[in-house]
Design a protein around this ligand. Structure first.
Ligand code: FAD
Length: 491
């Protein structure tokens, strides 16, 4: 990239847009906006300037103005929805401009059309709260602070995935600012190729400013975060129950299950199952009983008859409980077939290596916490994706069922970044080797920076996405001008 200064680009941007929309290092606004990221790693990126648009038109002006400079590689920019994603560098940028969408607010419920129109700066908690007043729901994310934008553009599972597919499968219209600055709607009738590409395509095609999603009646749900301190054999038993449910000939389409183990400092271990059914009961269906440890059964705390709006707040409560706030995070992910031996071995590898790392770094690294979570992609979920018009994730129903294995690390000090990244990279490598030894070829892999994105994409899928990029962004503004996240021509 060409050397400093960026002044020409900034001068033009500040001429075209109100000065108050830009914040610069040294100001209180800058510090506030740059600290809204979930991971403190991203707070350290310190862009030269943060742009805070509140309308789609302002974003369009920004794109038009910055484009010539970005294409000459004189400046780059990042796009941040709600800043919750933990993959390194995906939503903030050093020495560039960050487009922070947090002021782009608005949740418009159209009861006649059964649609909610959600601006790109919204988070799921606010969407669920707005819909709850009208006894409506939407197929959104499981954490109230998680951004709608990031999740509706990637392969994130919603609550009750089996009937809903991925969150992006439920976006029936994206309003998007293209590289030309033009504002278009992408849906099944207009720019259908772009609509499908955006369903999983991340920030490769433009800045999405609004997401339109269908609403539905939901009379209530039942479940909760079931936490228990147990022994390894119990978690191995949970993995078995999880795999049996996933592989059963008729798995319920009405459940939401994620199981996780967290290893804190001093190797204190806590397990956590996020488990819900999508109807208002007070009893677990018998098929789920193996996933509900004795201590958390109804009447003993942990689970309740509830709503999505309340349920998502529990996830955030738990983050606070884990002291996750204001800490550094790294995330790494692979997707495997639900092979019991492999998944149990993955836990053993994870635990053995975390315990060793805690021991090795006991005097040097403060307060490292590691988590391993297993999230199912049921066959019904992949079928729902296809029925809702498909996406760009390249996952066909015959690949299912699958399990997304996510490792998360959290720590305190920037000095320890490299060490912690090495630890989780190494653990994931060992898990993937073990899977291959068991003849379970990993279906996908995303590294901690999102720069390695081995995916379900066939080369045909990838070519199709590259063609969409060439049609709507022929000069590659969102490929080179926005370096964060996975990029279509370098994966
Ligand atoms: C407690 C917790 C639980 C989580 N659980 C899950 C989970 O179950 N499943 C899961 O998949 N993820 C999960 N995540 C990760 C994260 O929430 C999401 O993956 C998601 O990216 C968050 O959305 P965001 O708007 O905050 O994204 P951001 O971090 O702002 O952005 C993510 C990516 O999307 C791009 N982007 C954002 N907005 C736009 C836009 N408007 N136009 C174009 N590109 C855009 C960014 O450039 C970036 O590359 C979790 C995170 C936390 C903190």
């Amino acid at each position: 990239m060409a050397s400093l200064p960026y002044s020409d680009a900034l001068i033009h941007l500040r001429e075209a847009l109100p000065d108050s929309y830009f914040c610069f290092p040294g100001s209180r606004e800058y510090d506030r906006e740059n600290s809204y990221y979930h991971s403190a790693v991203h707070r350290c990126f310190r862009p030269i300037c943060i742009f805070l648009p509140s309308t789609t038109e302002e974003i369009s002006t920004f794109v038009r103005e910055i484009k010539p400079y970005a294409l000459r590689d004189e400046i780059r920019f990042a796009i941040a929805g709600n800043g919750r994603q933990m993959f390194l560098g995906c939503n903030n940028i050093k020495s560039g401009i960050t487009v922070n969408l947090s002021c782009l607010k608005g949740i418009e419920i159209d009861e006649d059309a059964n649609i909610v129109r959600i601006a790109a700066g919204e988070c799921w908690g606010r969407v669920y709260d707005s819909l709850e007043h009208k006894a409506l729901e939407v197929a959104g994310g499981i954490s109230d602070k998680s951004g709608v934008a990031g999740q509706a553009l990637q392969g994130s599972p919603p609550f009750f995935y089996s009937n809903n597919g991925f969150i992006c499968d439920n976006v029936i219209n994206y309003e998007v600012v293209l590289a030309s600055g033009q504002i278009v709607n992408a849906n099944a009738r207009e720019h259908a190729d772009l609509w499908r590409a955006l369903r999983g395509g991340g920030n490769n095609f433009g800045i999405v400013t609004r997401f339109d999603m269908p609403t539905f009646k939901q009379p209530g749900i039942f479940g909760g975060l079931v936490k228990y301190r147990g022994l390894d054999y119990e978690f191995r038993g949970q993995i078995k129950a999880f795999v049996e449910e996933l592989e059963s000939s008729n798995p319920s389409k009405h459940t939401h299950i994620t199981i996780a183990g967290h290893i804190f400092e001093h190797n204190d271990i806590e397990f956590e199952n996020c488990i819900y059914v999508d109807y208002p009961t007070t009893q677990w269906p018998s098929s789920l009983m193996p996933l509900v440890p004795e201590a958390s059964r109804p009447g003993r705390g942990g689970v309740e008859r509830t709503t999505l709006a309340k349920a998502v707040k529990k996830v955030t409560d738990f983050e606070h409980y884990c002291r996750y706030n204001r800490r550094r995070f790294a995330c790494i992910n692979t997707t495997l077939k639900p092979d019991l031996q492999t998944l149990q071995a993955a836990w053993d590898i994870f635990k053995r290596n975390v315990v060793a790392a805690h021991h090795r770094h006991r005097d040097s690294i403060l307060d490292m916490v590691f988590s391993m979570s297993l999230q199912p992609y049921t066959r019904a979920m992949l079928e729902s994706s296809a029925q809702k018009g498909g996406n760009s994730l390249g996952l066909s129903p015959d690949l299912g069922p699958l399990v997304s294995v996510r490792l998360l690390a959290s720590w305190e000090c920037a000095d320890d970044d490299e060490t912690v990244y090495d630890i989780i990279d190494r653990i994931m490598t060992l898990i993937r080797i073990k899977a291959r030894d068991n003849h379970v070829e990993p279906v996908s892999y995303i590294d901690t920076t999102y720069s390695t994105f081995e995916s379900y994409f066939s080369s045909e899928d990838l070519n199709a996405l590259q063609n969409v990029s060439s049609t709507y962004d022929p000069e590659g503004l969102f490929q080179t001008g926005v370096p964060g996240g996975f990029k279509l021509f370098t994966i």
